[in-house]
Structure formats: structure tokens, C-alpha cells
Design a binder for this molecule. Structure first.
Ligand SMILES: *Cc1c(COP(=O)(O)O)cnc(C)c1O
Length: 356
């Protein structure tokens, strides 16, 4: 028997699962993780906190994760409080809950591509129709065209990724504000990479007052160097959080997850201390790739999209052959490299130069 023989939903037939390769090679620059692991003191604090939490694992966790949400609100600033913040197992689960509450059968969601593939994949999983709109040549969004597309399709949910994955493009808050004004439903700004944006780039959090249907999502997977913890969160109007309570599974965030995330937040200075190094390394990578004569997208994230190659798969495979894993993603001909440590980037440069 194979998958096709099972009585699965017709709208899932023929789909492919999300599948960034997880290959054990010396230099892994393909899923935008922070290359710096936790310090010894953070590991000690995490282990100690988990030891305490372990003694209560016979009990369900705090269903509403109130202490963690208060800590996240404190981190975000902008006058936010726990009632305006919601958390789940990665921002992917946050996005799923948003689509469960505001999308679903008979409803549609729109995104501006190229962008993060999980938005359309989660739309598919929640039976929300996906409407792809297009970004411009420079990977920005033309607000007039966006407003026209919204008027035509009347999406229930609009996704804006800023800085965008896989292009690195940050959106001007004025563009987000125009889209929020035009959208009849919810507008989600996915700010997974916000901490990496160039200094002075405003967050969409500044638009929350006055935009009650706006949701800003964040994650501890990237700048916070906690991808393994699985902790994503959002800021929105308290009524939005109430809507998500209707669809979340009870006790969705384990005691251990809540504990680890809270400890990580107390170490935020250390964890975010790597961001400046990664931003410098990113800017150097952009300059180096441009010196090679390649096309490179401006990046406000911890990765760089570059190209174009007549056979990008061949370049990707040859890098992998020599121990450097990057990502084959984006428009045809482009490749994306996550920013690693100085040593990892030196290896990437040496290998790529050899190939070219
Ligand atoms: C990596 C990434 C996420 C993070 O997902 P988590 O589930 O929090 O690990 C969210 N949005 C975008 C655009 C990403 O690239």
C-alpha cells in the first residue's frame, strides 16, 4: 500500500511535505539557524530550571503560559502586555493557529512571492485557499499592485514577511500600513528575522495601535539561537489572542518548553550578542559575492540570496560535495546561504570560488 491508496483528503493528494534537507556535513548553512550554541552558563541555568520543572511533570503545564507571555511582552517592549502576546511551538504553530481561526474551508490567504513556503503549506493543511501575488524585480512589494490584488481577491488573511525569506528584503512600514488599510481580514507580518534588520529599520509592532487586525509574529529560532526549543510568538490585539484560544490544543506548550524559553529570555543579552557579528558577516558576504560579479539581493536577515546560475542545482550539489550545505530556494537560478561563523563563511567562500 502507498499514500495514494489511503483515504486522505483530496486537497492533500499530490502535495509534497516541507523538506529542507537535514544532512550531517561540516558546514551547515541551509536553514538560517544561529551558528552559535548556548554558552556554558546558559546550559547550566537551563539544566537547573529543567531539573526543577521535572519534579512537576505529573501536572499539566500552565495552559495559557502567562509568565512566559509576560516575559515575551517585556522583551518586545512597545508597551505590550501578556494579554497582547501569544506563544506556541514555533511561529509555524502560531501561523497554523491563525489560519485555523481566520482561514479554513471556503476562505483564502494571500502572500507575496517569492516568500516563506510554510505560509502556503500551512494554508493547504488548514484547507485555506492560497493566492500567490508577486513581488517586484527587487523583491519589494508595490503597494498599489498589492492593494489591487487585495481588492480583487478579498483575502481573509494576508501574509507579509519582513525581512522576507528567502530574499532578505525588509518592508517599509508605510507599505504595510497601506496593505492593512486595504485588507478586509487579518494581516500577518512575519518578523522571524527582525533582529537582524539594519539599524533604524522599524518593526511592524509600531503599527499595532490603530490596526486591530494586524498580527506580528516572531520566533526564538533565529536571532535567539533557540531553534531546538520550538518557541514562536505573536503580538496583536487581545481579541486576536482570544480567537486563538478557541483553536489551540489545551496544554500545547510543554512545561519544559515554557521553562527553557523563560531561561533563554533572561540570557537575552548573551544570545542576541551574536546578532551584530552575524550582521557584519552578512554585509561582508554580500560585498564579497558582488565582487565576484554575482547578483545579490540586499539583505536585512541572516542569509543572502545570490545568483544567478544557469544550473543552480549543479552549484548547490558541488558545494555539498565539498562539505558546504546551502539552500536551493528562491526564483530559478538563485541560491541562499545562511550566515554562519567566520570560519564557516571562509569555508563557503573558498569552496564557491573553487567552483566558479
Ligand atoms: C524560520 C522562519 C520561521 C520560524 O519558524 P519557527 O517555527 O519559529 O522555527 C518563521 N517564518 C519565517 C519567514 C522563517 O524563515
Amino acid at each position: 500500500m502507498n499514500l495514494d491508496d489511503l483515504p486522505i483528503r483530496d486537497d492533500l493528494r499530490g502535495l509534497s511535505p516541507y523538506g529542507a534537507p537535514q544532512i550531517d556535513v561540516p558546514v551547515r548553512l541551509n536553514t538560517n539557524e544561529n551558528p552559535y550554541g548556548p554558552s556554558a552558563s546558559l546550559v547550566t541555568d537551563l539544566a537547573e530550571a529543567v531539573r526543577h520543572g521535572a519534579a512537576e511533570l505529573n501536572r499539566y503545564p500552565d495552559r495559557d503560559a502567562l509568565a512566559l507571555r509576560a516575559d515575551l511582552a517585556d522583551y518586545l517592549g512597545h508597551g505590550l502586555t501578556a494579554e497582547r502576546v501569544w506563544a506556541a511551538n514555533g511561529s509555524n504553530e502560531v501561523i497554523q493557529q491563525i489560519l485555523q481561526a481566520f482561514g479554513g474551508p471556503g476562505r483564502c490567504a494571500m502572500g507575496f512571492e517569492p516568500s516563506y513556503s510554510m505560509h502556503s503549506i500551512i494554508a493547504g493543511g488548514t484547507s485555506t485557499e492560497w493566492i500567490p501575488a508577486l513581488r517586484e524585480e527587487d523583491f519589494g512589494i508595490d503597494p498599489d499592485k498589492a492593494v489591487a490584488a487585495i481588492a480583487e481577491h478579498r483575502p481573509d488573511v494576508v501574509f507579509l514577511t519582513s525581512p522576507n525569506n528567502p530574499t532578505g528584503t525588509a518592508l517599509d512600514p508605510a507599505v504595510i500600513a497601506r496593505i492593512a488599510e486595504a485588507a478586509p481580514g487579518m494581516v500577518v507580518v512575519d518578523e522571524a528575522y527582525f533582529e537582524f534588520a539594519r539599524t533604524g529599520t522599524p518593526s511592524a509592532l509600531t503599527l499595532l495601535p490603530g490596526n486591530p487586525r494586524l498580527i506580528v509574529t516572531r520566533t526564538m529560532s533565529k536571532a535567539f539561537a533557540m531553534a531546538g526549543t520550538r518557541l514562536g510568538y505573536l503580538a496583536a490585539h487581545p481579541a486576536v489572542v482570544e480567537a486563538l484560544l478557541l483553536v489551540r490544543l489545551p496544554y500545547h506548550l510543554s512545561t519544559l518548553t515554557q521553562t527553557a524559553a523563560r531561561v533563554a529570555l533572561t540570557h537575552r543579552e548573551e544570545l542576541l550578542g551574536t546578532v551584530d557579528m552575524l550582521r557584519d558577516e552578512r554585509d561582508a558576504t554580500v560585498a564579497w559575492l558582488r565582487d565576484l560579479g554575482l547578483k545579490v539581493a540586499d539583505s536585512d536577515a541572516n542569509f543572502v540570496l545570490f545568483g544567478t546560475f544557469a544550473d543552480r542545482h549543479a552549484v548547490w550539489a558541488e558545494l555539498l560535495e565539498r562539505g558546504v550545505l546551502i539552500r536551493e530556494v528562491g526564483p530559478p537560478g538563485w541560491l541562499r546561504v545562511s550566515i554562519g561563523t567566520a570560519e564557516e563563511m571562509a569555508a563557503f567562500r573558498a569552496v564557491l570560488e573553487g567552483i566558479l
